[in-house]
Design a protein. Sequence first.
Length: 154
Amino acid sequence: MRRCEAALTVGLALCALAAGKPQRIASTEKVVLLPWKVELTARTDTGAAVSSLDARDVHVSSQTVRFRLAPELGGLSLELPIAGWMEVRSAEARERRPVVELEFCLAGKVSKARFNLNDRSKVRHPALIGRNVLKQGFVVDVKRKPGKGPACPR
């Protein structure tokens, strides 16, 4: 029986190597928005299909969206192309949010993904990492301490 368990463990390990081992991340991690090098804390949410970013003073034009990052993050004003729209349900109502594509660094890995823009001033973390980012080679390890993975450039 132990030989079977050992063989299974080795087989699973080889499969993980062949498939490209996913980067383990904690339930909260530092994310660096590129190219601006703005560092923020993000919470992972496997229930969220798309990631979300704290955006203030959001102004939508026909093809772009202008917004400010939170004052704690430097209050940087950004204007980006709208990559789409997303309807989000909450306990109170349905909300339509603009979606932008952002380049970012998470656990030492530079990626691009879509983020919906939302005022997250009433929650603890200015960004939410959803499944659209996780499926790019990340796995959440709730036992892992934040910041234990590879560092991102600052």
